[in-house]
Ligand binder design. Structure first.
Ligand code: PDD
Length: 277
């Protein structure tokens, strides 16, 4: 495997990371997972924009454009012959003696490399189950930070109970998002999803779906869903780079649509399919 380390391409085993990289000591960094279909990046511009946003919000000085990151990522794809897969990319604040405040000048450390991802066709056909987990994350979930501890704990909890994904709720009353996906409900033909604020990550797939809804004239409400409303939904689905549009057929014991895939979800799955051809 060829990896991109800052401006250089290396074979994987030649990549060395310092023990005092702040990514290790503090989780001080940000990341992206970018899907590749038919040898081409899907929504790369949007990913790079979100990456620049995350970097700016935690004051890591790295300029995506002047570093020619897009060009280098295209080269990385070619060098690894990625046809159907994804690139994982992370940028940490770099190396410094362990101390909470960061030095005025540090050199960010970038790694990018292919990860195996394939389409979750079985889940898309049959749907998945989710389990509610309290959202105990910090209040800047809009930053795609390397700190994923609560996401990891929640996903593990879901898996141990036989569910594919955890659904976060806050303040005992409203749902936010999945542990690694955005959540959408459908009620009376309307798609309802959490507004893109500090409580959720504004998913690139979420953006694609909102655009699709506009094209397909499916009405959208960007607002909080309460736990009580969850039970009354006609349909539900999650969206992310790896799950695309995946129907949710039950949340804990509660089944939607008799455990079958709803009509609006199906239309969005079909629409998404066309986008990635
Ligand atoms: N996760 N919300 C959270 C908390 C996420 O971790 C993700 C993505 C999303 C969906 O974002 P996008 O559509 O840009 O993939 C929403 C990635 C895939 C991951 O951590 O593996």
């Amino acid at each position: 495997m060829i990896i991109l380390n800052n401006q250089d391409f290396k074979v994987r085993n030649d990549a060395k990371t310092d023990i005092e990289d702040r990514g290790y000591t503090f989780g001080d960094g940000v990341y992206e997972v970018i899907r590749v279909y038919n040898g081409k990046f899907f929504m790369l511009d949007e990913h790079l924009q979100r990456l620049q946003f995350s970097l700016n919000e935690i004051a890591i000085s790295y300029d995506v454009e002047s570093e020619k990151l897009q060009e280098r990522l295209e080269q990385l794809l070619e060098q690894n012959n990625v046809v159907d897969g994804a690139i994982y990319l992370q940028i940490t604040r770099g190396i410094a003696a362990r101390n909470h405040p960061y030095p005025k000048k540090s050199t960010p450390e970038l790694y990018a490399y292919p990860i195996p991802v394939s389409r979750p066709l079985e889940a898309q056909q049959n749907g998945i189950g989710m389990t509610l987990v309290q959202d105990m994350r910090w209040l800047r979930c809009d930053i795609k930070s390397l700190n994923l501890l609560w996401n990891v704990m929640a996903k593990q909890k879901a898996h141990e109970q036989g569910y594919k994904e955890a659904l976060f709720y806050r303040d005992e009353n409203h749902v936010t998002e999945g542990s690694s996906s955005n959540f959408f409900g459908v009620k009376d033909g309307k798609v309802i999803t959490h507004p893109a604020n500090n409580y959720i990550l504004n998913g690139i797939t979420r953006i694609a779906i909102l655009r699709l809804c506009e094209q397909l004239q499916i009405p959208v409400e960007e607002r909080e869903l309460t736990l009580a409303e969850l039970e009354e939904l006609d349909e539900a689905f999650i969206a992310s780079t790896t799950s695309e549009v995946t129907p949710v057929v039950n949340i804990d014991e509660h089944k939607f649509n008799d455990g079958t895939i709803g009509e609006v979800t199906k239309r969005l799955q079909d629409g998404f399919e066309k986008l990635i051809q």
